[in-house]
Design a protein around this ligand. Structure first.
Ligand SMILES: *Cc1c(COP(=O)(O)O)cnc(C)c1O
Length: 365
């Protein structure tokens, strides 16, 4: 048995998502790029690149990773590029998508031989959280004025819209696409490709995939564009767990269990969005508040029921630990960094990366 804590990526679960993505590509004509900001654990890219068309990025380092580790197309996007990184970004990408007209103009010369796009903000979105809402008031994420965009349309051959966020509702997605068509249709007809971004939960159990494909296809045909999707969470959802061990139990009005991990260090996204971790459902009679080992008072994964009282040495498994989780792990409190393990398709578990004291030391100076 591997030493905890570790993230365990299950290739069979990952493959189920990949097959759905491949189905959508085939039936809609859309291309699918993995959004690296959500998931950048490259040891499983060998599998993922068989089902997807490439990657999209949000920084120089992500675009380099995509080019180096993932076959196919490499899209570059960033909220803002610095002068000293633009050449390397261009050298490592097939397309560059600028966030603003000002960035497009600043790097017009440098990028003149490149396929260029512009991020458009349609000012509608699905996010439940203002912090993750690209259409929030005064959003810096993309240009929204069709008149201003039209003035530079000769400099780009495509647009990127990213306004969905964990959207499981196909009708809502489709309504927002209607609005995009209405507001930007005259511009869409003048470009060759359109990325609809990420945040569409089309790999979910109940998602009406065939209606989704038909909608994408109709959009693509109406405007004569190649559609791109940029799934992050949808690509890796439910593929990975965080495996931990109980280090201590105590009773302080409630039964508590302390594990060898930390929600702040190893599942930070949950803390930011005030969500609790998930385990396999269990309605056993023993209820525990499962806590991390950092000094943060609120380092709490959640309250869970178990069939037996917990004891030191018990192993617990938190579900859905891939998206926005492994990319955000940090060295807070010097808590041991989870290793990365992969359950291969034949069922064997392979340890692919371990972190030690040296990694902690070299993270700062
Ligand atoms: C975050 C992001 C994605 C991926 O979003 P998911 O919700 O993980 O699917 C795709 N494209 C852009 C531009 C993004 O900012």
């Amino acid at each position: 048995m591997l030493t905890t804590p570790y993230y365990l990526i299950d290739k069979a679960s990952l493959t189920r998502n990949m097959e759905k993505i491949a189905y959508v590509r085939e039936h809609s004509g859309a291309k699918a790029l993995l959004a690296l900001k959500c998931f950048a654990t490259w040891s499983v890219f060998d599998l993922m690149q068989q089902y997807m068309d490439g990657t999209t990025s949000s920084s120089l380092y992500e675009v380099k990773l995509g080019r180096e580790k993932f076959a196919g197309e490499t899209h570059a996007y960033s909220v803002a590029y610095a002068d000293d990184e633009i050449d390397e970004v261009l050298a490592n990408s097939d397309k560059i998508i600028f966030n603003s007209i000002s960035q497009l103009q600043r790097f017009a010369d440098a990028s003149r031989d490149k396929v260029r796009g512009l991020r458009v903000n349609p000012q509608v979105s699905t996010s439940e959280f203002i912090i993750a809402d690209p259409a929030r008031p005064y959003s810096r994420l993309g240009e929204w004025d069709p008149v201003k965009i039209e003035a530079v349309i000769d400099q780009v051959s495509g647009f990127m819209f990213h306004n969905n966020c964990e959207n499981e509702n196909f009708d809502r997605f489709s309504e927002m696409l209607d609005l995009i068509e209405e507001r930007f249709g005259h511009l869409l007809a003048r470009v060759d490709w359109v990325s609809l971004g990420g945040g569409i939960h089309f790999t979910g159990e109940q998602y009406p995939v065939d209606r989704f494909c038909a909608r994408l296809k109709a959009f693509s045909e109406r405007f004569g564009v190649q559609v791109y999707l940029e799934p992050g969470e949808a690509a890796i959802t439910n593929s990975t767990s965080l495996e931990v061990t109980v280090l201590d139990t105590l009773y302080n009005g409630k039964d508590l269990a302390v594990v060898d991990s930390s929600i702040e260090a190893h599942m930070l996204d949950l803390l930011i969005y005030r969500e609790t971790a998930r385990m396999e459902p269990c309605d056993g009679p023993y209820s525990y508040m499962v806590c991390g080992k950092s000094c943060l008072a609120g380092d709490i994964f959640g309250e869970f029921n178990f069939d037996q009282p917990l004891k030191i040495g018990d192993r617990l498994s938190f579900k859905n630990a891939a998206g926005y989780t492994m990319v955000k792990k940090n060295w807070f409190n010097g808590v041991k960094m989870p290793s990365i393990a992969v359950r291969q398709l034949d069922g064997s578990v392979e340890l692919v990366r371990e972190f030690g004291y040296d990694d902690f030391v070299h993270n700062l100076s």
